[in-house]
Ligand binder design. Sequence first.
Ligand SMILES: Cc1cc2nc3c(=O)[nH]c(=O)nc-3n(C[C@H](O)[C@H](O)[C@H](O)COP(=O)(O)OP(=O)(O)OC[C@H]3O[C@@H](n4cnc5c(N)ncnc54)[C@H](O)[C@@H]3O)c2cc1C
Length: 538
Amino acid sequence: MTREQHLEQLKTGQTFDLLIIGGGATGCGVALDAVTRGLKVALIEKNDFAEGTSSRSTKLVHGGVRYLEAAIKKLDRVQYHLVKDGLKERYLLLKNAPHLSNRLPLVTPLYRWIDVPYVFAGLKLYDFLSGKRHIGHSRLLSRKQALRRFPMLKPAGLKAGVLYYDGQFHDARMALSLALTAECHGASISNHVAVTMLLKEEGQISGAELTDSLTGESWPLHARGVINATGPFADSIRKMDNPAASEIISASTGIHIVLDKRFAPADTGLMIPETDDGRVLFVLPWEDHALIGTTDEPAAITEHPRPLEEEIDYLLRHVTRYFNLKVERSDIKATWSGLRPLVRDPEAVDTASLARDHVIEVSTDGLLTIAGGKWTTYREMAMDTIDQALISFRLETPNPGCQTKHLPILGGANYHAHGDQALVKKYGFAADIAAYLHRTYGDQAEQVARLTSPHKAIRLVKDHPILEAEVIYAVRYEMAERVIDVLARRTPLARLDIAAARTAAPRVLEIMAKELSWDLQRCKDERQITEQLLSEGL
Ligand SMILES: Cc1cc2nc3c(=O)[nH]c(=O)nc-3n(C[C@H](O)[C@H](O)[C@H](O)COP(=O)(O)OP(=O)(O)OC[C@H]3O[C@@H](n4cnc5c(N)ncnc54)[C@H](O)[C@@H]3O)c2cc1C
């Protein structure tokens, strides 16, 4: 369905069971859980799906090696369960969205003998906690083996390494795919629609006023229950309900930088176990590039957080310390910053020590807020949220139990590991294009492929496998409404290579203008907004 058709459904005046505010990992996951239990669901997102934190993560599907260390050192049960739940959910995400995720071996380099038994035992415990859902066995690497797996490592002083496994995924497309899977099950969804006010009847929340961010049009939507899944912005919705509500979100920023593929082998990541300030740092292969992150600093809540120069220096300094290659500021192809929606703990000394657990709160007037957690556990968070919503809003459905444990995400149901070869054979695509389409769209890749026929797989920009046909697909089937929706979230171009995204922008605008019948003024506005976002940071 198109966005227009969804908007029509959202404007009919019908009463939904649930209105879900926020189209990130949390909101999209909650919408899918709710609709597959048979509830009538509306999901709205102020900007684009995953435009907030959910497209700005390290893209790891993990239990969290660092949380395990904290669990053991501080005998902390919350952190321990966080790791266990994360490992269970890691397995399910890899299974249900096989096209958007993969298993990734990671090397931990060790420069002191004393660290070898400690790190090895810790990672063995990490394997053990995943039980029968393990995705690979950790093992010790000799110095030579560590250098063979990750040749960019500085050899001087290297004693050994430990190889372990975690998952990796495409966060922006995962959120979109959750929303589109919810759509397939009957949810009414829209991006670029904001909640501007909560509606109440007899002191209880009965819906919200919605505003189309693209046209400015507002209308009321009635729902038996309203769920606030706005991540870092959760307090702004809580204050619409009760202006005196005390804040529960404490945001911290994390930035990433992207370098070209010289800086990471295609099939192995690096986990630096201890930075200057006691954090972990990852260097990961991602979409034929090297992704490096992240930082963790308390931050103000803003819609488009930007990486600071000192944060970029921090990452470059650590890479330089561990790498045999010279890394310079000019090697950076893209950077971005994201806000962690951590649930505030007045006792916490710093944001890194806050547990990444989720919290569900129901206000006196019936606003259900789900906050905190991490991408990996979105499904479990959604399950807990809807379990609570059924009780709090007295909702009735023939399927009250959670249905998502074995539910394939759009593109995953008929995905086969070597499906890219069929695309090469049938459409004559170059191998990189076929592999990219296959892992990006899964069993939907042929739908994109069919749109290429008159154009013969024209690349949007050279040296990237991203196609012009994807712009058409994104508009027709994935609710892309702005040029930046295509450049930063339907495709990964702007996250990988800002210069390439700038080159591609005029052609993306041209295709979108034709598909969406934009007038000259809209084209002018889009050109300006896109250029501003690409030059200032997304
Ligand atoms: C640097 C960094 C690295 C991370 N790495 C990982 C990782 O590797 N693995 C992992 O599991 N987790 C990771 N996380 C955590 C994970 O990304 C977040 O927990 C998750 O994305 C939060 O999703 P969310 O939906 O709660 O918030 P968001 O993605 O921010 O979504 C909230 C949405 O609500 C919308 N919204 C706000 N106000 C309104 C309104 N009035 N009306 C309508 N919509 C509104 C916003 O526009 C936004 O899109 C990382 C986080 C950061 C910051």
